[in-house]
Design a protein around this ligand. Structure first.
Ligand code: FES
Ligand code: FES
Length: 210
């Protein structure tokens, strides 16, 4: 039986057509990959870090966290999740706490950045650092830099009257309560579970009763 009507294209022709179509899709893919490998855009950024001016030439995609750790070697600020969920990378920027993994270095041009290295010194600890030691507010210590910077920021927020999700009256001065501190510190995760001691340390610095 002549099956040329059933199979109008020979197996050989089919293989040749398949090879050319694969080549046609590979070339644009290679071009797209080459395009993504173009040299990164770089920018000059000047920051004041722990009281000292620092100028960096960075890829514009560099986070503030990586600028601190990899470019300035301030490794006290920790990288946990690198996606804004653990608080380990918390620093103070112009006195306000932020997670530095979610902020690009270039977004902070001219800002005053305070890391754990700039809060106190081994001989003259910041009151929050001293309170964390007194109350055993850490175990492995990985989250501690972020906890301390965040706690300093929290007390400043309360002093400035910034309400939180648990503030009963958002127009009134927030009351320094355990509920307020827990809510405001909820973005700082501690895998060691030192939460109750951390709360005691912050409460002591705040001059309130837990
Ligand atoms: Fe920034 Fe986890 S490393 S929030
Ligand atoms: Fe270990 Fe907080 S002290 S994660």
């Amino acid at each position: 039986m002549d099956d040329s009507n059933l199979f109008p294209i020979s197996r050989r022709d089919l293989l040749i057509a398949g090879a050319s179509s694969a080549a046609a899709t590979t070339v644009p893919a290679a071009a797209a990959e080459a395009a993504t490998q173009e040299a990164p855009v770089r920018s000059r950024v000047t920051l004041e870090v722990n009281g000292a001016p620092r100028t960096l030439d960075v890829d514009t995609r560099t986070t503030l966290l990586d600028a601190l750790r990899e470019h300035m070697h301030l490794t006290g600020t920790k990288k946990g999740c690198d996606q804004g969920q653990c608080g380990a990378c918390t620093v103070l920027v112009n006195g306000r706490r932020i997670v530095s993994c979610l902020s690009l270095a270039v977004m902070n041009q001219g800002a005053k950045v305070t890391t754990i290295e700039g809060l106190g010194t081994p001989k003259s600890l910041h009151p929050m650092q001293a309170a964390f030691i007194r109350h055993d507010g850490y175990q492995c210590g990985y989250c501690t830099s972020g906890q301390i910077c965040s706690a300093v920021g929290v007390l400043d927020e309360i002093r400035r009257g910034v309400p939180s999700h648990v503030s009963a009256d958002i127009t009134a001065q927030p009351v320094l309560s355990v509920a307020e501190l827990r809510e405001r510190m909820s973005g700082n995760i501690c895998r060691c579970g030192a939460y109750s001691n951390i709360l005691e340390a912050i409460t002591e610095v705040a001059g309130a009763k837990a």
